[in-house]
Design a binder for this molecule. Structure first.
Ligand code: SPD
Length: 267
């Protein structure tokens, strides 16, 4: 058995792999592995995007925190998220239309075939899939109640989803916005760039989640726009989540001292 190792700044995570199930190289290198203890694992351009073991930790926080911070989300845009995990979670809500915009068709096709974490979400009649750059799509798109950004790291094809122009567009196209904002421990420069660029939203904040297979296991998200936690709406999804609940939602906004210092002056 081999080890898959993802390196960060002088440290990393080693995962024992049983076998590689598939690999394709197009605009990104996409790999799916069977691992010894974390289930299937999706890797894009050498970075772990998800494992079956902990993908719910990430996807449920990315989705349910903003979805329960909007009074009645019906139309949702997901930028990135070609693996279908965020899509699966959005469909647990009473939505009428979800548009998933991913730049890489290979990710969608591969995940549908080898990963299957969408659990049928790609075939739901409320869903439209668009293969496009997210920023270009937003320039001509309809308005959404909620926009979620489920991207890879901001190197390569995701780059355009991290600049100021993207945040300005997103602000004009939704009421509530949420993006993954990288590791606040080992990817500080990306995190700060996102904090700065998201300042185009009058109101925004940061929350955290533990995602064991992401760099240093602590992941950050930015929530922006006209958000307000409507806790009573949790009743509609009670029993359907693995990780998310209202206590976890509230706790996610409690920032440790070292992090408060990081965001000081930005929020
Ligand atoms: N380096 C890990 C970046 C992970 C953020 N995106 C994950 C996509 C999973 N849907």
């Amino acid at each position: 058995m081999d080890w898959f190792i993802e390196y960060y700044n002088g440290s990393g995570l080693a995962v024992r792999v049983v076998k590689k199930l598939a690999e394709i190289e197009g605009i990104q290198k996409v790999e799916v592995y069977e691992t010894e203890s974390l289930g299937k694992m999706l890797v894009i351009d050498g970075k772990i995007q998800l494992t079956e073991f902990d993908e719910a930790f990430y996807h449920e926080m990315l989705v349910h925190v903003p979805m329960l911070s909007h009074p009645n989300p019906k139309k949702v845009g997901i930028i990135g998220g070609g693996d279908g995990g965020a899509l699966r979670e959005v469909l647990k809500h009473d939505v009428s239309r979800v548009v998933l915009i991913d730049i890489d068709r290979n990710v969608i096709e591969f995940c549908k075939k080898f990963l299957k974490i969408d659990r049928g979400a790609f075939d739901d009649e409320r869903v439209e899939i668009v293969v496009s750059d997210g920023k270009e799509f937003l320039k001509q798109s309809e308005k959404f109640d909620v926009i979620l950004v489920d991207s890879t790291d901001p190197v390569g094809v995701s780059d355009t989803l991290f600049d100021r122009e993207f945040f300005e567009l997103a602000r004009s196209k939704c009421d509530v916005f949420c993006c993954q904002s990288q590791s606040p421990l080992v990817q500080k420069e990306y995190f700060k760039k996102l904090l700065e660029n998201s300042s185009v939203f009058e109101k925004r904040t940061v929350f955290l989640a533990s995602v064991p297979t992401y760099p240093m296991a602590i992941w950050s998200f930015i929530l922006a726009g006209n958000f307000d936690f409507a806790e009573d709406r949790f009743e509609k999804i009670r029993g359907k989540t693995h990780h998310y609940n209202p206590d976890v939602h509230r706790a996610a906004f409690a920032l440790p001292e070292w992090m408060k210092k990081e965001v000081e002056g930005c929020i």
